[in-house]
Design a protein around this ligand. Structure first.
Ligand code: GCU
Length: 596
């Protein structure tokens, strides 16, 4: 899905700003043509923290805004694009229903050419933020004990972050020519010192059109049938893309008719390769090690809303600490975040919104359909980013059978053959096959907590493992926990050989709380636990990545294990102040000390 842009043939305006919202607790209202007396609300941003009294409201809310069609757009094809609305959105323009989309964090568009007026357009959304067992991420199964944490939390999530709702990223109005480029897919290879750029394009139906692709003045024409074409450009002495040197090239695709461009789209591309080779992960043919974090898009007042200054701040923190990568836990991040990953040189494990999955009824089929929808939408959105090196199908699905869990957690640590629920294995077999079919160029992973009993790791290329030994297990005993984990990692690697990433490890830490000797929740304990994990992980050649959980403290649902409804495992506070562990990790990852 191409991101709207201003070019010789295209225009885009951002409808961000102050809209109106009406909270419809009784779900009685029908406000498709607009409503009177709504409250003011900022878009983009979640509604939970910005509107008084609405923190825990996950029900129905109606949004509306007015806009005029920019001068000169009439005669073009006109669209509206929602970059993220969580959770379910239904959209009307001037009282005409445009359609709906389920799932936050991924964009969706509607064509409005035939419905948009020159003046006085009323855009209305009905947004539903409810948690439910047949949604992804799911709510709990009503009447059953909390599948994630022993004690119930509120709101009743199966995941460990606050379920912020609303129009959380920009809404864009844009126009394209009547015959236009509709898709571009770029795949890069390296041949000696040359970069090989394969470009596939698609355009809206029309006879007599050709497509010209240009990089650095070097042009070539597509060959192919009708609306779909492909070509390959060879860039001599190519400047490759990597975290150390995030070189980008401008690829311009022009749709030509009678020798003149009728549409033009420019895409920033990076020439790089990513491959698994035995136990190694190779970037541009060289082993690469991922140092970084699991994160969240989370900040006071805006909730999960887009805030460009926060993106800049967080990349600055990661650069300062020596990180070169992150995972988009537990949902796709904003397109602005992804564009900067390309420009600044960060390696991204790009994760779908599938977190907290379970494989019992109710809702199993619907959850599987949604997971596949999200894989399609995520790959369609992010397939051309050089920074994206891996797709993550899900985070911590609850897949193991009870007996497998008991055997695995027992002191003698046995792994039984059929350790995952058959429905889980089938679901991930299908999802892995779908991801590979859509993008055969990138490795895929499944981020699991289940350990060596996670049968679905047979379908992936890289093992991503979350573990909290020394915190939830072997609490207060870091050495014991790290020893146990070291053994567990060897067992996993024996069963699932290949590159291994410790995708989560950490400890809740109250800023300013100290203890000597270290004890849980103190800054000393977090720094010591991370130090011992990093030393152990560095001792294993097949461990190609270490992602600390989390970069920053973040908001969660209320629950007895989340004081103040925060997860305090950040090595920075929620307002981005460093804890002791930030300095310790910087020293471990860069060799820099505080005085440097
Ligand atoms: C899990 C989960 C995270 C959660 C973390 C924790 O591994 O993936 O979303 O926040 O544990 O309990 O801190």
């Amino acid at each position: 899905m191409l991101y709207p842009q201003n070019s010789l043939t295209r225009r885009m305006v951002d409808l961000s700003g102050f809209w109106q919202i009406h909270f419809d607790e009784t779900q009685s209202g029908r406000f498709e043509a607009g409503f009177e007396g709504g409250e003011m609300i900022a878009v983009p941003a979640s509604w939970n923290d910005q509107i008084a009294g609405r923190r825990d409201y996950l029900g129905i809310a109606w949004y509306q805004t007015e806009f005029a069609l920019p001068w000169g757009w009439r005669g073009q094809r006109i669209f509206i694009r929602f970059n993220s609305v969580n959770y379910l959105a239904e959209v009307w323009l001037n009282g005409v229903r445009l359609g709906e989309h389920e799932g936050g964090h991924l964009p969706f568009i509607f064509e409005i050419t035939d419905h948009v007026r020159d003046q006085g357009n009323t855009l209305v959304l009905r947004v539903d933020g409810e948690l439910a067992a047949d949604r992804v991420p799911p709510g709990q199964i009503a009447g059953k004990e909390n599948i994630t944490f022993g004690a119930a939390n509120f709101p009743d999530t199966t995941f460990d972050f606050f379920p912020f709702c609303g129009i959380q990223r920009p809404v864009l109005l844009y126009c394209i020519p009547q015959t236009a480029i509709t898709d571009i897919t770029v795949v890069t290879e390296i041949d000696g010192t040359a970069g090989i750029v394969s470009v596939q394009t698609a355009h809206t139906p029309g006879e007599g059109f050709t497509t010209r692709c240009t990089i650095q003045g070097h042009s070539t024409f597509q060959t192919g049938e009708g609306e779909n074409g492909s070509t390959t450009l060879s860039i001599p002495n190519a400047a490759l893309w990597s975290p150390q040197a995030p070189n980008l090239y401008a690829l311009t695709v022009e749709l030509m008719y009678d020798g003149a461009p009728v549409d033009s789209y420019t895409l920033e591309i990076g020439i790089r390769t990513i491959k698994v080779d035995g136990d190694r992960l190779l970037l541009n043919g060289e082993p690469v090690k991922l140092l970084g974090f699991g994160r969240h898009e989370d900040f006071p007042v805006i909730g999960r809303g887009l805030m460009p200054a926060l993106i800049i701040k967080d990349y600055g923190l990661m650069r300062w600490i020596g990180a070169n990568s992150f995972r988009t836990s537990h949902y796709p991040y904003s397109e602005q975040m992804m564009q900067l990953a390309d420009q600044l040189g960060f390696l991204v494990i790009d994760e779908t919104p599938a977190v907290g999955l379970f494989f019992q009824e109710p809702g199993l089929d619907r959850r599987s359909q949604l997971c596949q929808q999200y894989i399609r939408e995520l790959i369609d959105r992010d397939k051309n980013h050089p920074s994206v090196i891996m797709w993550s199908l899900a985070n911590e699905p609850h897949t193991s059978t009870p007996e497998a869990r008991r055997a695995y957690d027992s002191p003698n640590f046995t792994v039984i053959e059929h350790s995952s629920q058959p429905a889980a294995v089938e679901a991930f077999r299908e999802q892995a096959a779908l991801a590979r079919a859509l993008d055969p160029t990138r490795p895929i992973t499944l981020v699991s907590w289940e350990g060596a009993v996670e049968e679905s790791w047979q379908f992936v290329d890289v093992i991503c493992f979350n573990r909290y030994n020394g915190w939830y297990q072997q609490s207060g005993r870091i050495e014991t926990g790290v020893q146990r984990l070291s053994h567990e990692i060897d067992v996993i690697h024996a069963r699932f050989p290949g590159p291994f990433i410790m995708s989560e490890f950490g400890a809740d830490t109250i800023p300013g709380h100290h203890a000597d000797p270290p004890e849980m929740f103190s800054e000393e304990y977090q720094a010591e636990l991370l130090s011992q994990y990093i030393a152990m992980l560095n001792s294993k050649p097949f461990v190609v990545g270490q992602h600390i959980w989390n970069l920053c403290d973040f908001k969660t649902a209320q629950g007895v294990i989340r004081m103040g409804s925060y997860n305090y495992k950040g090595i920075f506070t929620r307002d981005r102040r460093p804890k002791m562990a930030a300095h310790r990790v910087r020293q471990l990852w860069t060799g820099q000390t505080e005085s440097d």
